[in-house]
Design a protein around this ligand. Structure first.
Ligand code: SAM
Length: 231
């Protein structure tokens, strides 16, 4: 399967394993991952965030309930919300999540946004689990036609050592553990370059403050809600 599908499948497998109830996807783009996750019966709250409102709106109606959802109501409730905003800003709507995914997001951040990102995601949102994926630049020589970066919009692409040192320092600072894996296996004989996409899975070491975490972190809203569906 294409690489993006392998990344989404990685998240679906993680959801099947840990059964998070509240999942947020940062840099959700056209909401394809959110749309896939709405079929995971453990999930009760799904949220998406992107700095580009037009790409989010393109296919967001896939997230609306279908007639069948009303005809055969299930036990679980599901709320899907899309927010327009930046991962460099805090908003209380992102508190209380079990899993936050950032798939191919960080390499699109400007230096100043990347600097704020850990405090927003790990310090403020502080979900039980965070998944971050980003290109592994060591794989690039195997990709035809890639000279500097895989996409012109990438601000950087990291080697495994660069990503891992950033991730380990972030995890240490915010009291998370982190494990590294990836998707997109290198061809036989080239195993030393590692996965095409590198992935860090972060797990919070300290227990969740409480349901009232939202009230303990008074913050003004910074995002704009562009879509909401209640199943
Ligand atoms: N996660 C999706 C996926 O895996 O297919 C989309 C990845 S796309 C390469 C990166 C997305 O991050 C874009 O939709 C872009 O608009 C968004 N983005 C870039 N900077 C952002 C920021 N500061 N805050 C939120 N989203 C941002």
């Amino acid at each position: 399967p294409p690489l993006y599908k392998q990344r989404y499948q990685f998240i679906k497998d993680l959801v099947a394993k840990y059964k998070p109830k509240k999942v947020a996807d940062l840099g959700c783009a056209d909401c394809t991952l959110l749309w896939m996750l709405k079929f995971c019966s453990c999930i009760e709250v799904l949220a998406g965030l992107d700095i580009c409102a037009s790409i989010m709106k393109e296919k967001m109606h896939r997230l609306s309930p279908l007639p069948g959802d009303y005809l055969q109501p299930t036990e679980r409730s599901l709320t899907v919300t899309l927010h327009h905003g930046s991962v460099a800003h805090k908003d209380p709507c992102m508190l209380g999540f079990d899993l936050v995914t950032c798939i191919e997001l960080i390499e699109h951040l400007e230096q100043s946004e990347l600097k704020k990102f850990p405090e927003v995601v790990f310090g403020f949102m502080s979900p039980s689990m965070v998944v971050i994926s980003t290109p592994n630049s060591e794989f690039n020589p195997l990709l035809p036609g890639v000279t500097l970066f895989r996409h012109s919009d990438h601000k950087f692409e990291w080697t495994r050592a660069q990503f891992q040192s950033w991730a380990l320092e972030t995890a240490r600072h915010y009291d998370y553990s982190v494990e590294f894996t990836g998707v997109g296996h290198p061809p036989k004989g080239m195993e030393n370059v590692g996965f095409c996409t590198q992935i860090g899975v972060f797990v919070r070491k300290y227990p969740q403050a409480s349901e009232s975490a939202q009230f303990e972190k008074p913050t003004k809203a910074a995002y704009k809600t562009v879509f909401k569906a209640v199943y």
